[in-house]
Design a protein. Structure first.
Length: 277
């Protein structure tokens, strides 16, 4: 919740693309470290052993539904084994390795959730409202939302099965690999839409002759207001110069008109005198 509020506060300052990239990298790091932590806690073993005695750690023992752990004997046995009356499915961190793994798992999980909330948890909802054209926005948004929930369902259904067959650490590293693919996709295909109008965003997807990933590295140049102002200033100066030149030449023009009029008047007067004589 806290990191979601932080994301809302900084999303327009840092940009959608940057937050997504940071979020992906942080989540990948969190999952990798979480996988390492589970090696300390349960070991790198598959939870598909035929015998409970094959589990050496309490964590891996209790993950198997048919086994429990005996703290006094430090062995894994079947739940109904009468030889170990203290069998339990709760593990206490008794060794330095297990305690370190527990704290490392907690820290990496918190880090993962925080980085998820900063970017991947909210930015895609904003970006999809900006990149989809008006004519397909409703349908595309519905498909994106459905895909998101279907993916959540698949992860929830397959998680325990994956931990049993490829270990808990392997499962987290598998998810980290999927996030790595997502990171590459965002880096290559997702443009920065911060500060762009919807019309400008659409131009990122309709430009021809330029590789699409090139748009992801840079946003289209905005109109340069200073250049427009300079052009307007130049035009105003030119108009002013023309006006000034016209104004300056006006007295000479008036003088010429007056002289011509005086000449015609004089000629007219001379002609009149000759006629009268």
């Amino acid at each position: 919740m806290v990191m979601t509020i932080v994301a809302i506060a900084i999303i327009d300052r840092f940009g959608r693309r940057k937050l997504l990239l940071v979020s992906f990298v942080g989540m990948i790091v969190g999952l990798v470290v979480l996988g390492i932590a589970f090696i300390f806690i349960v070991g790198l073993v598959k939870i598909t052993k035929d015998s409970c005695a094959e589990y050496a750690l309490c964590g891996s023992c209790t993950l198997d539904e048919k086994c429990n752990w005996s703290p006094a004997s430090a062995v894994c046995a079947a739940k109904n084994d009468a030889l170990y009356p203290d069998l339990t499915d709760v593990c206490n961190s008794t060794t330095t390795r297990e305690r370190a793994g527990t704290w490392l798992a907690l820290a990496s999980l918190v880090f993962y959730v925080a980085l998820y909330a900063v970017g991947l948890g909210n930015v895609p909802w904003l970006v999809q409202s900006e990149i989809f054209a008006q004519g397909i926005r409703s349908k595309a948004g519905s498909i994106a939302t459905a895909t998101n929930w279907v993916s959540n369902f698949v992860v929830s259904v397959t998680f325990l099965t994956m931990t049993q067959h490829i270990t808990a650490s392997g499962t987290f590293w598998f998810y980290a690999g999927i996030l790595s693919i997502g990171l590459c996709f965002v880096f290559v295909m997702v443009p920065e839409t911060k500060g762009l109008k919807l019309e400008d965003v659409q131009k990122l997807f309709t430009a021809s002759g330029v590789p699409f990933f090139a748009h992801a590295m840079r946003a289209p140049a905005k109109p340069n207001d200073s250049t427009d102002d300079d052009d307007d200033s130049v035009r105003d100066a030119a108009e002013f110069s023309d006006t000034a030149a016209t104004t300056t030449n006006a007295p000479a023009t008036v003088t010429r008109h007056v002289r011509r009029s005086s000449g015609r008047s004089a000629s007219s007067g001379t002609s009149t005198g000759l006629v009268s004589r």
